[in-house]
Ligand binder design. Structure first.
Ligand SMILES: [Ca+2]
Length: 312
């Protein structure tokens, strides 16, 4: 965890954070700052953690010291159980919603054994969860029919969701997830809805086999707004707020890993009417993208570059 200045100087690693299992797809996965950061200096992040029984997707918080060198009083506030013997499909994005609660995406951990837990409402894998800043189930969460349902669940049936963003006008939650071969998805997330994995998907196994019954639709399960075949490996996403670049206003920008570009989607009435691919000549795996307080877009890559994208 580091701070980069607006002129591109990279700070030293910030100390004081709990131990991370960075094997496989693990690491420090998502981060957001408190809406009241200027007053409370609180930071929230998601990481892959070793616990008894395997690894989990974990949410922690702490206060950034006034010298910006360490996280003070770092504390785990939530773990997406059960643990799995896997270092893949952690999900791991985090953001604040309009009510001051946290939305967090969790993956299904990739194994054939844990994959069906995306449909299981007493497991936190393959879900969007909504929690308070204390890690408790947030007030107003949807009710699932099963009496054993975890009260922190917001939506179910996800595979490996690594993009979360709230539309600046409609205030709806949008999400991207890594699908199987031919099945990367963009979803408009409604509370209490089921996004289908692994029962329905437009993809197949990377080895070529059919997944489950090989169906793409089922009653009670949501269709993606958009999907990619061939896949692009969509990671972090952000909406472009404001009109400094007028034609980009309210467009969705997506970091593409295997596609090695930034995707720009034009959305009208919750439908995609245009797709443009940016910076494809850079040959970078774009891991995340966000908009700064200066209105520029910032995109970070697996190769360790941070791009600033603006009009001049
Ligand atoms: Ca789906």
């Amino acid at each position: 965890m580091r701070i980069v200045s607006q002129t591109g100087e990279t700070g030293s690693p910030i100390t004081g954070i709990p131990v991370v299992n960075s094997g496989g797809q693990g690491g420090l996965l998502g981060l957001c700052i408190d809406p009241e950061f200027s007053a409370n200096r609180m930071v929230y992040w998601v990481f892959s953690e070793n616990i008894s029984g395997g690894t989990v997707t974990t949410v922690a918080k702490g206060r950034l010291s006034s010298e910006e060198t360490t996280i003070e009083n770092s504390e785990v506030i939530y773990r997406a159980n059960p643990a799995a013997n896997s270092t893949a499909h952690y999900g791991g994005r985090i953001l604040f919603d309009q009510t001051g609660n946290l939305l967090v995406s969790t993956g299904e951990r990739s194994g054939i054994a844990t994959r069906p837990l995306s449909q299981d409402v007493d497991a936190a894998l393959g879900k969007i969860i909504r929690i308070t800043t204390e890690g408790q189930p947030a007030p107003g969460n949807p009710q699932f029919s099963d009496a054993d349902a975890l009260p922190e669940l917001y939506s179910i049936g996800h595979r490996n969701p690594q993009g979360l963003a709230i539309h600046p006008v409609t205030e709806e939650l949008w999400q991207t997830e890594h699908g199987p071969r031919g099945g990367d998805e963009l979803n408009l997330v409604k509370p209490g809805a089921n996004y289908g994995w692994p029962t329905i998907t437009y993809g197949i196994e990377y080895g070529g086999q059919t997944i489950g019954a090989g169906i793409q639709q089922q009653d009670g399960m949501e269709q993606p707004v958009y999907y990619w075949d061939p896949v692009v490996s969509p990671s972090g996403i952000t909406f472009y707020k404001g009109n400094r670049i007028a034609e980009w206003e309210n467009n969705l920008f997506i970091g593409s890993l295997s596609g090695q570009h930034i995707i720009r989607l034009i959305i009208v009435n919750d439908r995609i009417i245009g797709e443009e691919r940016l910076l494809s000549g850079e040959n970078q795996r774009f891991r995340d993208i966000t908009q700064g307080t200066d209105a520029a877009l910032y995109a970070i890559t697996d190769q360790g570059r941070l791009y600033k994208i603006d009009i001049d």
